[in-house]
Design a protein around this ligand. Structure first.
Ligand code: F6P
Length: 368
C-alpha cells in the first residue's frame, strides 16, 4: 500500500486547498494512505504531530477555502543536510515513500534535492543506528511530484500556476474600485502589484483594466521612460480621460538596473511643472494572495492534484521528478528540474540585464 504525503511550501496561493483535497481523495480512492505534512518543510523536519493521516471527510469544504489549511513556512533547517536527515527519518517512521509538494520553484527545487539524496540519507540513518536496515528496506526510493502554487505565474513550462488567476482577478477588482474614486476626483493612481521577478500579474492586469502605463521587470523602460510615460498620460488626458492608472510590478527596473518605485512615478505625475496630477499610491499587497480561489484555480488545483497522484502511482525509481503543468488547456507532466532551470535562466537574464533574452524565455502570449 502506497503512503503519500502532501505538503504546501513557500508563499501560499489560492487553489492550494483544492489541490490538497484532490490529492487526499484521489489517493484514498486509489487505495493509498494519504498524509498531510503541516507547516511545510518544518513539519517534515519536526515530524510528530505535524505529519497526520487524512481521512476522506477531513477535506470537505476545502474547495472554497483560501490560503493553505495545512500551513506553510520558510524552513531554514531543511537547507541543512542534518534537517533533511531528520525529515527522511520521519518519513520512514510514518512509512511514507512519496511526497507531493505544492509550492514555488524554490520549494520544488528543495524537494528534488531531497529525492536525489534520499538513498544516502537512508543509508546514513542505518549507519548511525537511528533506524535498522529492516526498517528502511521498503524505502529505497522517494518519489517526488511537484504542483506549482504561486500567484506570480513565474514557472517556466506551464501556462498557469495555481493561484495566479485568483490574484489577477483580485487585482482587477481592486483597480475597478480605485477607478471610481480616481475618476470622481480626476486623480492619478500608481498601483503596485506583486510578482517578485515576474511581470505577468502587472501586465495582464494592465491589459484587463486598460491601464495607462505598466512597468514590469522583464521589459525595463528605456532611459527616457519618464518622458514616454508623461506623454502617454498627457495624451489620454487630452482625450478627456478623468483618471490615470499606472501599474507597477514590485520588481520593476529601468534599463540601467535602477529600481522604479511607485514614489518615483508619483513624483513625476504630480510634478507642478509637468502634468501636476493629484496622485496617490496604492500598494495592493497581500490582498492579492489571500481570499478564496476563483473557479479556474479550484479546477486547476483539482485536476492537477488528481494527476499528481497518478504520477506517483506510475513512477519508477528512474523517472526524474515530474511536475504537473497545464499547456494549452491540457494537464501534462513535465520534468521538474528542467522547468526549474528554465525559470532560473529568466531571473539570471534579468539580473544580467539581457532583457531581450528574458522576454524570449517567457511564454509566448507574454513576450508578444
Ligand atoms: O511569490 C509570491 C509572492 O507573493 C511575491 O509576489 C511576493 O514578492 C512575495 O511572495 C511576498 O512574500 P512575503 O509574503 O513573504 O512577504
Amino acid at each position: 500500500k502506497r503512503r503519500i504525503a502532501i505538503m504546501t511550501s513557500g508563499g501560499d496561493s489560492p487553489g492550494m486547498n483544492p489541490a490538497i483535497r484532490a490529492v487526499v481523495r484521489m489517493g484514498i480512492d486509489k487505495g493509498c494512505d494519504v498524509y498531510g505534512v503541516y507547516e511545510g518543510y518544518e513539519g517534515l523536519v519536526q515530524g510528530g504531530d505535524l505529519i497526520r493521516q487524512f481521512q476522506w471527510s477531513e477535506v470537505r469544504g476545502w474547495l472554497s477555502e483560501g490560503g493553505t489549511l495545512i500551513g506553510t513556512a520558510r524552513c531554514m533547517a531543511f537547507y541543512e543536510r542534518a534537517g533533511r536527515l531528520k525529515a527522511a527519518k520521519n518519513m520512514v517512521l510514518h512509512g511514507i515513500d512519496a511526497l507531493i509538494i505544492c509550492g514555488g520553484d524554490g520549494s520544488l527545487t528543495g524537494a528534488d534535492k531531497f529525492r536525489s539524496e534520499w538513498p544516502d540519507l537512508v543509508q546514513e540513518l542505518v549507519d548511525t543506528k537511528q533506524l535498522t536496515a529492516e526498517q528502511t528496506k521498503p524505502y529505497k526510493h522517494l518519489n517526488i511530484v511537484g504542483l506549482v502554487g504561486s500567484i506570480d505565474n513565474d514557472m517556466s513550462g506551464t501556462d498557469a500556476t495555481i493561484g495566479c488567476f485568483s490574484a489577477l482577478g483580485r487585482i482587477c477588482e481592486m483597480v475597478d474600485y480605485i477607478e471610481a474614486t480616481a475618476s470622481s476626483h480626476s486623480r492619478a493612481f500608481v498601483i503596485e502589484v506583486m510578482g517578485r521577478h515576474c511581470g505577468w500579474l502587472a501586465l495582464m492586469a494592465g491589459v484587463a483594466t486598460g491601464a495607462d502605463f505598466i512597468f514590469i521587470p522583464e521589459k525595463p523602460r528605456p532611459e527616457k521612460w519618464r518622458e514616454e510615460m508623461c506623454a502617454v498620460v498627457a495624451h489620454h488626458r487630452q482625450n478627456g480621460k478623468r483618471k490615470t492608472i499606472v501599474i507597477v510590478a514590485e520588481g520593476a527596473y529601468d534599463q540601467e538596473g535602477n529600481k522604479i518605485t511607485p514614489e518615483m512615478i508619483k513624483d513625476l505625475l504630480a510634478d507642478k511643472e509637468g502634468l501636476a496630477l493629484d496622485t496617490r499610491i496604492t500598494t495592493l499587497g497581500h490582498v492579492q494572495r489571500g481570499g478564496s480561489a476563483c473557479a479556474y484555480d479550484r479546477y486547476l488545483g483539482t485536476l492537477q492534484g488528481v494527476e499528481a497522484v497518478r504520477a506517483v502511482l506510475d513512477a519508477t525509481p528512474d523517472t526524474p521528478s515530474p511536475f504537473i503543468a497545464v499547456n494549452e488547456n491540457k494537464i501534462t507532466r513535465k520534468p521538474l528540474m528542467q522547468a526549474v532551470l528554465d525559470t532560473k535562466e529568466v531571473a539570471n537574464a534579468i539580473a544580467a540585464k539581457d532583457f531581450d533574452r528574458a522576454m524570449s524565455l517567457r511564454d509566448t502570449e507574454f513576450s508578444d
